[in-house]
Structures are given as C-alpha cells and as structure tokens.
Design a protein around this ligand. Structure first.
Ligand code: KIV
Length: 279
C-alpha cells in the first residue's frame, strides 16, 4: 500500500528506517516499487545521470516534469518527490509556489524538494501554506556547488556545523515535513535527527531516519565519478557494455539472427518463388 506523510512520521517515532533511491524512468521506478522501496526522488541529478550534463544547473522544469510523469507511471503506489530545479524557485515565493503546483498537477508527485535552509525559509513557508508538502535539503546542495567550492562535504568543523544546524532549524520552522541532509559528518546528522521532530534523511551523512542513494551510483551506471559514500550494489555499466559487445560480435560474424529469432513465412517456398517471379 502507498505510504503517506503520517506513515513517515510514525516510522521516525518507531525508529523504522526509510529506504529510498532516485529514479528517473519508467523501468527503474517499476523495479523499485516491486522491490518495496519506501520513496522515490526524481532528482535534478537526472541532468548528470541520464542527460549527460556536468552538473544540475541546466535542468529545466520540463525535464523534471517529464521524468516525474514516467516515474509515476512506473510506480503508481510509491511516494514520489519532485525536485525543484535551479531557476524554478530562486526568483520569488510566488515562482516557487507556481512551480511546486505544476509538479502536483502535471506529474502527480506527493511532495517537492528544494535546496537551502535559512535563505529559502520564505519559499518553504509559501509552498507549505499553498497546501503542498515540502522536503528540505541542506548540507552539500549540488545546485550551489559553485558557491560551496565544488561537491564538498559540509559542516565538518564547528563553525560550518553551526550554519548547517541553523539551516535545519529554519527548514523545520518553515513547515517542511522532512529534511534531507547531504554529505555532513555523522555526529552532526545524529544531533539533527534527535533535535528535529520531522524525519531527517541522509545521503552520504551516516545514520538518520532513512537513507537515500542515487540509483545511477548504486547500480554502477554513472561513470563520471563515485562519491566516497556510495556503496555499489551492481555493475550495470559492465553488464550493458558486455551485452553490447557480444551483440556487435554476433552481428559482424553473422551469428545473429538465427532461425530462432525470425518470423517464418506461412506459405511454401514455391509459393514465394512464384510471387518473386512476378517481379
Ligand atoms: O537531485 C538529486 O538527486 C538530489 C540528491 C543529490 C539529494 O537532490
């Protein structure tokens, strides 16, 4: 059965872990649902993982909506998070609400996620007041990797940990129903998980109320780099490349297609010879 927001609060209360991954397409979403995944994030990481960009900045609302629609078709009974891409909430609270509304109306997601803490407090509040559930995202926020000096872990010293704590409090105060913390030290994640009453989920930040991992990383599909916190559960790149190599070799050596892979004619060779003779 599809989970709802109360299930996630209950899971935090009962100390039950939430397992979730990113998904961008119909097959991954449907395999994840069959496997029993608690949530799916259609992250703007799709820019890097499936569209081949170097970062997430070029990703548009249209990209996100279209991938959310595919994921919803693949996972009709799973909680789906739509990720507000760069440029879709930076201008004003009104722009943030308009784009959050698009995610719900056009892609049937269950909530939206946006990056930032103190600086996006009014955006989170505005979206929440419009009746839309929001997940916050702080720590390493890929959309501001330029400002952070790259894809770097955050909150590793006391001064920058203070900033992460203030961001987390701002997200909760603004009305978000949950918070994702990325690439911060486990000591800080532990503190935030206890301190906040909303569920705190982690990607590369150690134990919390649940774990997110990028599907392209855990499946071994994303090749550009692998963050330290990624555990690989498969090597799909190797499986696919080997299958393609074998196919190329079969075609070049005329081993494919054999008789097993064709639709044989229903009439006799003679009947076909007669037909060909007419031309
Ligand atoms: O876009 C995404 O997949 C994300 C994760 C990196 C947390 O926001």
């Amino acid at each position: 059965m599809k989970k709802n927001v109360n299930d996630f609060y209950k899971m935090k209360k009962e100390g039950k872990q939430v397992a979730w991954i990113t998904a961008y397409d119909f097959p991954t979403a449907s395999f994840a649902e069959q496997a029993g995944m608690d949530m799916l994030l259609v992250g703007d990481s799709l820019g890097m993982v499936v569209l081949g960009y170097k970062g997430t900045i070029p990703v548009t609302m249209e990209d996100c909506i279209s991938h959310c629609q595919a994921v919803r078709r693949g996972a009709p009974n799973t909680w789906i998070i739509g990720d507000l891409p760069f440029g879709s909430y930076q201008l004003s609270d009104q722009q943030a609400v308009e784009n959050a509304v698009r995610f719900l109306k056009e892609a049937d997601v269950d909530c939206v996620k946006l990056e930032g803490g103190v600086r996006v407090k009014s955006r989170i509040k505005a979206i929440t007041e419009a009746g839309i559930l929001v997940m916050g995202h702080i720590g390493l926020t890929p959309q501001s990797s330029g400002v952070l000096g790259g894809f770097k872990a955050q909150g590793r010293d006391v001064e920058s940990a203070r900033k992460v704590i203030e961001d987390a409090i701002a997200v909760e105060e603004a009305g978000a129903f949950s918070l994702l913390v990325e690439a911060i030290p486990p000591i800080l994640t532990r503190f935030l998980t206890k301190k906040l009453s909303i569920p705190v989920y982690s990607i590369g930040a150690g134990p919390a109320d649940g774990q997110l991992i990028i599907s392209g990383d855990m499946l071994g599909k994303f090749q550009a780099f692998t963050p330290k916190f990624v555990k690989k559960y498969a090597n799909v790149a190797e499986v696919e490349t080997n299958a393609f190599k074998e196919y190329i070799s079969d075609v070049r050596n005329e081993k494919f297609p054999t008789d097993d892979y064709v639709y044989n004619a229903l009439d006799s060779d003679e009947a076909f010879a007669k037909l060909f003779g007419e031309y």
